[in-house]
Design a binder for this molecule. Sequence first.
Ligand code: PEP
Ligand code: MN
Length: 350
Amino acid sequence: MILPKNNRLTSEQVNEITTIVAEFGCKIQPIVGAVRTIYAIVGDERDELMINRLEGLDYVERIDRIQSPFKLMDRRSDLANHRLKIGDVTLGEELLVIAGQCTIDPKNPNYYLETSQAVKEAGADALRGGVWKPRTNPYSFQGDARSLEILMDASRRTGLPVVTEVMELEHINLALDAGVHVLQIGARNALNYSLLRQVGRAIAGRPTAVMLKRSIHSGPLAEFISAAEYIAAFGNPNVILCPRGTQPQLEGYRNQPDESITPLLKEKTWAPVVVDPSHSVGKAAYVPAASLAAVAYGCDGLCIEAHVSPSHGIGDDPKQAVTPSALAELVKRCRSLHASLRPQPAAARA
Ligand code: PEP
Ligand code: MN
């Protein structure tokens, strides 16, 4: 919909916009009001170049888009009934709890193996564990491909599916070959469109899922969902949206907690939302409240950093990881809140 700066366009202006939209297979239909005339674009209006050219005209106030820029991830798309299952949990039915260390220490595999068993006993449905790490400081530990074996060993021992972050094609291929169930795209790569394409292409035709973190900056909803569209466009719609806090941070927290984004996302997309409270608040003591808030806002799951001995952890674990006993308590409370928010069958209400 084209809204002109003046009450109506001159015939030269109408001719100009008609010629532009015709190049993209569209037509213009004026909607004449008593005071103001607006101009509908009839046809597929999703081409960015067409919109850019119209927005660049100095007599155009703004363009309101009617069609969604993300045709697969849109809540009204045919994929809206798509159900994603991670391990035994169908997202949207039960709360998915992913837990585990930020980073697997290749020199101390037992910590990861013990943590994995302990988070399973605490109620986790899937394991997280960083093999390759995006670090701000180039001299910090960057991860180690040997940790992939430890991750898969933990998966076999616990019977739980695993999530790990990939930052380049080589990681994607190694992780898929090893049998990783969910590939994570981290907040720093959330808008790396070539990586999003690579991961979309790599998972096409496989049962693998991708957990896409929200970008570190406080970007618009459409930017987040469009990033997921990049992955789904290759044919595998198993994409999970993961809000994890944005910058600038709330003083005292690592980031600006953004679990309140879930109901807004759900108005626009059918994609499941799994919130990461650990990176959001950045301190173990605040993780339980942030997890409960995330569930109250309607998320489908949580991804929580946990460690049997946080002070022996590497990466974020010394600060962020909750202990297995804290995890068990928060999982119990979150599951009970989640169940209480689900619509009750009529018989149970009576
Ligand atoms: C992580 O999951 O450990 C991580 C680095 O996450 P993010 O990309 O959200 O910072
Ligand atoms: Mn981390």
